[in-house]
Write a protein that binds this ligand. Structure first.
Ligand SMILES: [Zn+2]
Length: 86
């Protein structure tokens, strides 16, 4: 199965439906996680740099050997590939 990432924050969402956000009509959003998106709207009106700053502490938590600079470099490459920031 192809790994699915939230197209706003880049979080891997896997196949668990409860990780996905909802559209206005309560259907499941295929693109965004529940932390970013609910009822057809983004929960946080942030720009890409702000989103990167929000994500870095989570990345460092998940990757104990990663430095903040490494995390930022990865995010700077990865974020612009996501639908919300294209
Ligand atoms: Zn998200």
């Amino acid at each position: 199965m192809e790994e699915k990432y939230c197209q706003s924050c880049g979080m891997p969402m896997g196949n668990l439906k409860d990780m996905y956000g909802k559209n206005k009509d309560e259907s499941i959003s295929e693109d965004y996680c529940k932390y970013c998106y609910d009822k057809g709207e983004f929960l946080a009106e942030v720009n890409m740099n702000q989103m990167i700053n929000i994500c870095i502490p989570h990345m460092l938590d998940a990757n104990k050997n990663m430095s903040e600079e490494e995390a930022r470099n990865i995010m700077n490459e990865f974020m612009p590939t996501l639908k919300r920031w294209k």
